[in-house]
Design a protein around this ligand. Structure first.
Ligand SMILES: CC(=O)N[C@H](C=O)[C@@H](O)[C@H](O)[C@H](O)CO
Ligand SMILES: CC(=O)C(=O)O
Length: 320
């Protein structure tokens, strides 16, 4: 794909890994999934094998095959395909980084190792550096998700001087609600051309104000179009419409968060909205309950995220 690369911006869908009812990867729907993102959601970047993709629940061999499938199906359709290559084993992570470069991915991302953990910035940087070095031609993104990794080193601290250690460092995927930390990452690195990608979909508008250059998230799989409308309103400085769009998105996410929302539920919602059967999650996750699916469906319909023929007007709360 060659450099210099275009900066990663706009929405990035954290892809689901489609599975069969028996828990095997269902490669057959990936082509259809790419077309759906581009044509129906207006999303042209993807983040593969991350949290939503159950990357850490796949074998290294499966992760390689999944990455290959997305790169192949995305060719000439997607702008960028970033592969998450984080793992507990440095060796696995390096193997996946090198593989991502070989297959022509556009970037790699890495979370902090989360069982035997790095306890300070230097330890974490050292791990990341060793992974990045296995793919010296690929843009490198640090994936900050402290609530899941338990590694609470502030992103601002990590970014200080990071390019001296990791020359391919290109940006941050920030999945946390600490907007002080996020804002300071932006503020202290203004002279760099880093991508600052926010990862809490229900709070994206606040992060845009703080300088986010894009967003990576699970909900862009099925609410990409709506979120793009928010980004466009923000671009044209129409903040009251941008806020209306954010509130609309929040109504849905708030509703499902109260029911219990995670990767299993994301898979069920995606199947419902897109019609693409992405299947159940792999253990230890368990598939979403029938009750969750029915409730989420009714909410999607009332918000007009899903076409509805059986709802009375009185039950509609469509977003402007
Ligand atoms: C923990 C997690 O999966 N976070 C996702 C990405 O970082 C988000 O896209 C959330 O799923 C979304 O913001 C809903 O809370
Ligand atoms: C949301 C996200 O970025 C992930 O699933 O990894």
């Amino acid at each position: 794909m060659g450099s210099p690369k275009k900066k990663l911006q706009g929405l990035v869908a954290a892809t689901i890994t489609p599975m069969t009812e028996h828990g095997e990867i269902n490669f057959s729907v990936i082509g259809q999934y790419v077309d759906y993102l581009v044509e129906e959601q207006g999303v042209k970047n993807i983040f593969v094998n991350g949290t939503t993709g159950e990357g850490l629940s796949l074998s290294v061999s499966e992760r390689r095959q999944v990455a290959e499938a997305w790169v192949a199906k995305g060719r000439n359709k997607l702008d960028q395909v970033v592969i998450h290559v984080g793992a507990l084993s440095l060796k696995d992570s390096q193997e996946l980084a090198q593989h991502a470069a070989e297959i022509g991915a556009d970037g790699i991302a890495v979370i902090a190792p989360f069982f035997l953990k790095p306890w300070n910035k230097d330890a974490l940087i050292n791990f990341l550096k060793e992974v990045a070095a296995a793919a010296p031609t690929l843009p490198f993104y640090y994936y900050h998700i402290p609530a899941l990794t338990g590694v609470k080193i502030r992103a601002e601290e990590l970014l200080d001087g990071i390019q001296d250690k990791i020359p391919t460092f290109q940006g941050l995927k920030f999945s946390d609600t600490d907007l002080l930390d996020f804002g300071q990452c932006v503020d202290q690195n203004r002279q760099q051309q880093f991508a600052f990608l926010f990862g809490v979909d229900e709070q994206l508008l606040s992060a845009l104000v703080m300088g986010a250059t894009g967003a990576v998230g699970s909900t862009y799989n099925y609410m990409g179009k709506k979120t793009n409308q928010m980004l466009e309103a923000f671009e044209r400085k129409d903040f009251s419409s941008a806020l209306n769009h954010q509130f609309c998105i929040q109504r849905f996410i708030n509703f499902v968060l109260k029911l219990g929302f995670g990767v299993s539920q994301t898979k069920a919602i995606m199947t419902l909205v897109s019609g693409i059967p992405v299947g159940p999650p792999r253990p230890p996750l368990q598939k979403a309950s029938r009750e969750f699916i029915d409730d989420a469906k009714a909410k999607l319909k009332s918000l007009d995220f899903l076409s509805s023929t059986d709802l009375k007007d009185g039950n509609l709360e469509p977003c402007s």
